[in-house]
Design a protein around this ligand. Sequence first.
Ligand code: NIG
Ligand code: FE
Length: 411
Amino acid sequence: MSKLAVVGCSELVTLAGPARPRTGAEMRDLAIIANGAMLISDGRIESVGTRSEIESGIGNDCVVVDAGNRVVMPGFVDAHTHPVFAGNRANEFELRASGATYAEIAAAGGGIRSTVRQTRAASENDLLSAAQKYISWFLENGTTTIEAKSGYGLRPEDEYKLLRVIGAIQPLRTVPTFLGAHEIPDEFRKNPAKYVDLVVEEMLPEVAAQHLAEYCDIFCEPGIFGIEESRRILTAARSLGLGLRLHADQLSKSGAAVLAAELGAATADHLEHTDALGIAALKTAGVQPVLLPGSVYALGSSRYPDARAMINAGLAVVLATDFNPGSSPTPSMPMILSLASTQMKLTPAEAVTAATINAAYSLRRGDEIGSLEPGKRADFVIHDCRDYREIGYFFGVRHPRSVYIEGKRVV
Ligand code: NIG
Ligand code: FE
């Protein structure tokens, strides 16, 4: 049995609380233990408390990790990422700086379709080594679990290839999502309905049969996949046992948030254009909003989702990076915490809740990760600061000093 004691935590940010996602004022309660300590046994948390409460449990067989009077928190859970792709789109970064919009670049054949062309040409091995570089970025920024989407294959074999690469990622914890309906591929531009048939009749059944994904996602946007096509694809996915997530109301108010509610999706993501009606529908259906301020920032927009209205409505808000080569090329949850507080006026505590325990529940993993409580996996980070609020406050610096997954040091 391997035992670990973590001591010297200026703040042990536990997020202990009810066994469900946190809403309203609960999002401001991080259950911080000053001068905290934690005992870990075989990768799981055995006990948490103040140093003096834990002291008696530190035996000779225990490896002691001294945090040196620094903040210790759960690893971030990033509930929306697109980490497997070939090449990058630095050229589009330059085009947007010169005035082109994301939608114009996409309509001209760039955007997602340009990454698809490069990703189709890449081998599984090449994609895995490209992904490993991004995985190390996630870990270095304090993330220990990501939800990871396919969506740059858009052909049966290429989509399965991406999901297999996601399955091979180590040591970051991953939750796989099938995003075959990310864009209409070049060869179906004249007949997009046929592509929807291919997703429903061939890809989804195969993804489910091979257990390649836990969730199905879709880019629901007029001109890409409209409400009718989205309903058809997601209903098929649901009947195969997949959970649902949607790219909803990102570039326009399409009614996708209301569709997410109608279908009982786990999450509706983006929501930059969602109105009060959409927020009320999400609340009634218990759908969690996943807000992605990195993509708003990187696209040079100022239209952030109305996070305050969502919290006031009682929604269990989640924050994520949306890491991808187009709209949000950042793997950094600390950067997202900064944007959440400066641009969406979340308090630092609300942002941390959204980036850990609420995110874990959105992935059906709230009983295993997202907080530091007895019985949970020991996924935690020692941040090089005394006060957790410094993580979003000092932006553009790397706070994590060491990162642990199941009690094993990975950074
Ligand atoms: O979440 N909007 C659709 N999907 C991604 C962007 C993917 C890309 O541009 O490569 C998003 O913003
Ligand atoms: Fe996305």
